[in-house]
Write a protein of this length. Structure first.
Length: 319
C-alpha cells in the first residue's frame, strides 16, 4: 500500500507549513491562546486575510456556498501543520474563516437564510451541544428533554463541555423527543438562541489544552418548532455528520499535538537556551526521546486519523 501523499497534497502541506513558520510561530512570543483566551481581532483579521488570499478559506464548506470544499484528508493535513504552533487553539479555529458546523447544512431553505448564511458571513456563531454530565456523548443516556407545546418545544436539561458557548449566539442542541426510542430515532436537533429566557451558561471547565468549555443549563426554554433542524426525531443522524467530520478529519484524537515534537527541525519550539518555549521545560535529549517514544506514537496516531479521513472521503464520493 502506498502511503505517500499525492503531489497536490504535498504542495498543500508545504504551503501551510511555510505559512505556520512565517506567520504563526513568531506569534507565540506575543500571544498564546492557552493563557490569554480567544485571539484578538487585531491579530486574527490580518491572518484571515492571508489565508483567504491563499485559497484556504472555509475549508469544509461546499463550493456552492463559497467555501473550499476540501475533503477530510487535506483538512487533516492542514490542521496537523497548524498544530505545530501554540498560538492557535486545536478547536474553534477561525483562522480559515467562520466555523460552520455540518449540522447547519441540514437546514431547510428558510433556516439557511436565518442561520447558515449569516454564519457564512461571520455575523453569528453556533456551538454544538450534545455532551451531558451523566451521559457524556452517549445518546442512549441523554437526559435533556424537548416536549412539544403548540408551535414550540420546551427544553429542559444540562449540557457540559460545550466548546465556544461563551462567544456563540446559538447552540445546536440535541434533545430527546421520544424517550422510548432515544438514539434509535428519538433525538431531535434544535437551534437554540442562547439569549433565550431559561438559558444559563453556568460555569466553565478549564482543560490542560488551554480551553475552557462551558456547562449550559436549559430551564423551561421555549424554542419555536421552526428552529428544529433536520426533521423531528432525526437528530442523531444529523449529529453524526458533525461528529464523523470532527473526529476523523481534524485529528482530534491527538496526533496533531505530537507533530510539533516529532518535527526534525523543531522550528519555533526551542529558544536560544534550548528551553521548550511552549512548556518552559528544561532542555533534555529530545532527539533520543523523540525517536524512541514520540515517533511511534505519532505515526500510529497519524495512520489512524488519516486512514479514517481517506475512508470517509471515499464513502462521501459514493454518497
Amino acid at each position: 500500500m502506498d502511503f505517500n501523499l499525492t503531489e497536490e497534497l504535498q504542495i498543500l502541506r508545504d504551503t501551510v507549513r511555510s505559512f505556520v513558520d512565517r506567520e504563526l510561530i513568531p506569534l507565540e512570543r506575543e500571544y498564546r491562546h492557552d493563557s490569554e483566551g480567544p485571539m484578538p481581532e487585531r491579530i486574527l483579521k490580518p491572518l484571515q486575510e492571508k489565508t483567504k488570499s491563499m485559497g484556504l478559506w472555509m475549508l469544509d464548506v461546499p463550493a456552492e456556498y463559497g467555501g473550499a470544499g476540501l475533503g477530510l484528508l487535506p483538512r487533516g493535513l492542514i490542521h496537523e501543520e497548524v498544530a505545530r504552533s501554540a498560538s492557535l487553539p486545536f478547536r474553534s479555529l477561525e483562522l480559515f474563516g467562520p466555523e460552520v458546523r455540518p449540522v447547519l447544512f441540514h437546514c431547510n431553505e428558510e433556516q439557511k437564510e436565518r442561520f447558515l448564511k449569516p454564519v457564512l458571513r461571520g455575523e453569528i456563531r453556533f456551538c454544538f451541544a450534545q455532551t451531558e454530565p451523566d451521559a457524556g456523548s452517549d445518546p442512549a443516556g441523554m437526559k435533556t428533554r424537548a416536549v412539544q407545546d403548540g408551535d414550540s418545544f420546551i427544553i429542559n436539561g444540562t449540557k457540559r463541555f460545550i466548546t465556544a458557548a461563551g462567544r456563540s449566539d446559538y447552540a445546536q442542541v440535541m434533545a430527546v423527543t421520544d424517550p422510548e426510542k432515544r438514539a434509535r430515532g428519538g433525538i431531535t436537533c434544535f437551534a437554540v438562541d442562547l439569549k433565550s429566557p431559561g438559558v444559563v451558561l453556568e460555569r466553565q471547565w478549564p482543560t490542560m489544552m488551554g480551553e475552557a468549555p462551558w456547562q449550559i443549563v436549559f430551564d423551561n426554554v421555549r424554542v419555536p418548532a421552526k428552529y428544529l433542524i433536520g426533521g423531528e426525531n432525526n437528530g442523531w443522524k444529523v449529529a453524526n455528520t458533525h461528529l464523523e467530520l470532527e473526529h476523523g478529519g481534524d485529528g482530534r484524537i491527538g496526533h496533531n499535538a505530537l507533530a510539533a515534537l516529532v518535527d526534525p527541525d523543531l522550528k519555533g519550539k526551542l529558544d536560544e537556551d534550548a528551553m521548550l518555549v511552549r512548556e518552559g521545560l528544561p532542555a533534555f535529549d529530545l532527539a533520543t526521546y523523540r525517536e524512541g517514544h514520540l515517533s511511534p506514537v505519532y505515526f500510529g496516531s497519524a495512520l489512524k486519523n488519516f486512514g479514517v479521513a481517506v475512508l470517509l472521503d471515499a464513502l462521501a464520493a459514493y454518497a
